[in-house]
Design a protein around this ligand. Structure first.
Ligand code: ZN
Ligand code: FE
Length: 252
C-alpha cells in the first residue's frame, strides 16, 4: 500500500490540523475551526470522510460539527471522553481495532493533558495532539506528573523513525526553554538553528521524529545528567525530575 499523503493545515493562531489521505478516504485530525480545513480540501480536491480528535479541547474539536454537516464525515475520538467530543460517532481506545482505508490504526491512551487523550498512529505517523510537542509536552490539566510520564514513556516505545505530528506550533519557545536546561546538548543546538530558520521563513516545524524528540526534548530526558545538574536534582527519581521540568516550563 502506498504511504498516506499528509497536508499540514494551520488553524487559529498556532494550531495544526492535518489532512490524511489514503485511497478514497481522507481524515482531518483535530480541526480547530472549519475554514482552513475547507480551504485545504478545496485546494487538494480530497473528499473528507473522517474527523479524528486527539482530545476534547475546543481548539481541537471546534470544526467537528460544521465539517460533519457539510461532508457527512464520521467523527472518531476517545471513547473515554465520549460526552465531551462534539458529534462523536466512533469511540476508540487501545483495544479498538479501528481501520482507516485498510490501515489498522494504533490508538494509544495517553492521559494527563486531558483524562481521555489519545494518540493515533497511522503507519509511521503519530498524531499526538497536546500530549507530545516538538521539544515540549502538554500542560497537566487533568493529570499529574506520574501520569504524563507514563503517557510519554508509552510514546517513546514507538520506533525512532515515527513522524510526530503535534497539535501546536510551540517549537521555538519550547526549544528556548530546553536550552536553559541543557545548553551543552549539541543535537538540541543544531535543531534550534533549523527551527529558527524554518520560522524565519514562515514554515512549520512539524513533523519531527520520535528519534529526534528523544535526543532533544527535555520532557523525554529527565534521566539526563546535564538536565539533572541544571535542576540540582542529581539523585531525585525520574518522575520528580519530570515534574520539576513541567513546573519550570509553566513559569517560563
Ligand atoms: Zn489541548
Ligand atoms: Fe491545544
Amino acid at each position: 500500500m502506498p504511504p498516506c499523503q499528509i497536508e499540514i493545515v494551520a488553524c487559529l493562531s498556532d494550531n495544526y490540523a492535518y489532512l490524511v489521505k489514503s485511497g478514497a478516504s481522507c481524515a482531518v485530525v483535530d480541526p480547530s475551526e472549519p475554514g482552513p480545513v475547507r480551504a485545504a480540501l478545496a485546494r487538494t480536491g480530497w473528499k473528507l470522510t473522517h474527523i479524528l480528535n486527539t482530545h476534547h479541547h475546543l481548539d481541537h474539536t471546534g470544526g467537528n460539527i460544521a465539517l460533519k454537516e457539510e461532508t457527512g464525515a464520521q467523527i472518531v475520538g476517545p471513547g473515554k471522553d465520549a460526552a465531551r467530543i462534539p458529534g462523536l460517532d466512533v469511540g476508540v481506545d487501545e483495544s479498538s481495532s479501528w481501520v482507516f482505508d485498510g490501515r489498522k490504526v494504533q490508538v494509544l491512551e495517553v492521559p494527563a493533558h486531558t483524562r481521555g487523550a489519545i494518540t493515533f498512529v497511522i503507519d509511521a505517523n503519530a498524531f499526538t495532539g497536546d500530549t507530545l510537542f516538538a521539544m515540549g509536552c502538554g500542560r497537566l490539566f487533568e493529570g499529574d506528573p506520574a501520569m504524563m510520564w507514563t503517557s510519554l514513556s508509552k510514546l517513546m516505545t514507538l520506533p525512532d523513525e515515527t513522524r510526530v505530528y503535534c497539535g501546536h506550533e510551540y517549537t521555538q519557545s519550547n526549544g528556548r526553554f530546553a536550552l536553559t536546561l541543557e545548553p551543552g546538548n549539541a543535537a538540541l543546538k543544531a535543531r534550534m538553528d533549523e527551527v529558527n530558520a524554518a520560522r524565519q521563513a514562515g514554515k512549520p516545524t512539524v513533523p519531527s521524529t520520535m528519534g529526534l524528540e528523544k535526543k532533544t526534548n527535555p520532557f523525554l530526558r529527565p534521566d539526563n545528567a546535564e538536565i539533572r545538574r541544571s535542576l540540582g536534582m542529581e539523585k531525585a527519581d525520574t518522575v520528580a525530575v519530570f515534574g520539576e521540568i513541567r513546573a519550570r516550563k509553566d513559569k517560563f
